[in-house]
Design a protein around this ligand. Structure first.
Ligand code: PMV
Length: 324
């Protein structure tokens, strides 16, 4: 009997975003990116190869996926099968520990956990760099979820050179990320579609590459120096410049909704009132607020009143991949 292996990976939020691929098949990004792994949101995935199976069996949150819905996972399993000359199918059971209907991206934690569990179940003993490269093939942001804390995905130029490195895994800085759940529905434009649309149609795309190079060079020393204001200013501007690539695409579109704009304005008002906090958001309408732990009571009280307490989730820096 082949062993069943379980891996847990946490999701991450990019402070300097990844938006655009240079190679869509290998998922080599146009630029490097930098993220913070979060403790609150994670995926537990168990994989077992079984010679008796006649197809891969994928179950997510207690629901068996259809053949069509399993395609991305099936393709990923094939990558590992190719590397190990294994032919048997696998049973994959995955549970996303993302608060009910939070509408937060789970592809980062999902593919990082899948990379860990599948490779070990197939008998591969990959180090974390190799795991990061493997996770990358499932979803770009998963590349970074192999590591905890502050992580940089170095773009590289091919499969071997594109992986994440940990900048600081155990973050002893009292910071938090407050997730505001503004719309739990599935996003209309996937990040995969959206980013390539920006690469090919936004006239601002070349400028974005310069922005990222500049922001990465500036945010790393700011994090190291525990300079909260500079870190916050960079991550907020970087998120807005990423979203400018959707507004400037052809056809133009936006991930924002009315509540997104209201939340962003509220962050500005909190700042005007002397409470330091900054916003960021990914390919969806949900806003995340970067703040210092000391300011959490005031910030969560404000957003609980604005959007309902159940829609305000506090996360802190989280760990890298774990096996059990
Ligand atoms: O990993 P993907 O393909 O879902 O892309 C993630 C893109 C962003 O979340 C918007 C940015 C990032 O760097 O995580």
């Amino acid at each position: 009997m082949n062993p069943a292996v379980t891996a847990r990976a946490h999701t991450n939020i990019a402070l300097v975003k990844y938006w655009g691929k240079a190679d869509t098949d290998l998922i080599i990004p146009q630029t490097s990116s930098l993220s913070l792994t979060l403790d609150q949101f994670y995926t537990d995935t168990t994989v077992q190869f079984d010679d008796h199976l006649t197809a891969d069996e994928i179950t997510v949150n207690d629901t068996r996926l259809s053949v069509a819905a399993s395609q991305k996972v099936h393709k990923f399993l094939n990558l590992v099968r190719e590397q190990t000359q294994r032919t048997s199918f696998a049973r994959v059971t995955s549970v996303n520990h993302v608060p009910t209907a939070a509408g937060l991206a789970s592809s980062a934690s999902a593919f990082a956990a899948l990379a860990g569990a599948t490779s070990r179940a197939a008998g591969l003993d990959l180090d974390r760099t190799a795991l990061s490269r493997l996770a990358r093939r499932g979803s770009g942001s998963a590349t970074r979820s192999i590591f905890g804390g502050f992580v940089e995905w170095q773009a590289g130029h091919d499969d071997a050179s594109s992986f994440a490195i940990p900048l600081e895994e155990n973050v002893d800085w009292p910071i938090a990320m407050v997730a505001l759940v503004l719309d739990a529905r599935r996003k209309k434009v996937s990040s995969r579609q959206g980013m390539q649309n920006s690469v090919t149609t936004s006239p601002y795309y070349p400028a974005w590459k310069d922005v990222v190079a500049h922001d990465l060079a500036a945010i790393k020393p700011a994090i190291q120096a525990r300079d909260f204001t500079t870190t916050g200013e960079i991550l907020e501007a970087n998120a807005m410049r990423m979203h400018a690539l959707t507004l400037s695409a052809q056809p133009p579109y936006s991930y924002f909704n009315g509540d997104t704009l209201a939340a962003m304005q509220a962050v500005q008002h909190l700042r005007d009132d002397g409470i330091a906090c900054y916003y960021t958001l990914d390919a969806g309408p949900n806003v995340k607020v970067f703040c210092q732990v000391a300011d959490l009571p005031a910030i969560t009280a404000h957003f609980a009143q604005q959007f309902g307490a159940q829609n305000v989730i506090v996360a802190h820096p989280g760990p890298g991949i774990q096996f059990s």
